[in-house]
Design a protein around this ligand. Structure first.
Ligand SMILES: [Zn+2]
Length: 162
């Protein structure tokens, strides 16, 4: 009976599973962020935003990448590159920002052509006009402002130690 109930409840959920190298896992852990809490929180947030999505499991890969000045999501893929490990709340906001880019690419199917700035331009900064006003970036920043409180609550809930 429980099983049936569970299937009913989980019918409409996208489950996130995060694959993460041990080195990065330890660094995240030092900031009180564990991968299980993170994948559960992504799952809940996605369910909150898209309650009618069909059940499936989605893999996300977290990679440590010191060759770039900023953390980024490789648009249209499953890979998140983490450059630096700032303090917890800032890092969670970064991850939420990149998660929004994943939603834009995979769920909303927004074209990669919308990225009209040159990410390889050494002069490009977050405040460069083209980057700052890019519709996907504007949307990702708004997304963080709108959902960070809810997401933090999820993270705190899953991270809480009894
Ligand atoms: Zn962005």
């Amino acid at each position: 009976m429980h099983r049936k109930m569970l299937i009913g409840v989980y019918n409409n959920v996208i489950f996130f599973v995060i694959e993460c190298e041990d080195v990065l896992k330890h660094e995240l852990h030092a900031r009180n962020i564990d991968i299980i809490s993170l994948q559960n929180s992504f799952t809940l947030l996605c369910h909150h935003l898209y309650p009618n999505k069909h059940h499936k499991t989605v893999k996300l890969i977290f990679k440590k990448d010191l060759n770039n000045k900023e953390s980024y999501y490789l648009y249209g893929t499953e890979t998140f590159h983490i450059h630096c490990i700032p303090e917890r709340s800032i890092l969670i906001e970064h991850l939420l920002h990149e998660f929004r880019h994943w939603i834009q690419a995979i769920i909303q199917k927004k074209s990669v052509k919308m990225i009209d700035y040159d990410a390889d331009d050494p002069n490009l900064t977050v405040y460069s006009k083209k980057y700052w006003h890019n519709p996907l970036e504007v949307d990702a920043r708004r997304f963080v402002i709108k959902h960070r409180k809810r997401f933090m609550q999820y993270m705190d809930y899953f991270s809480a130690k009894d």
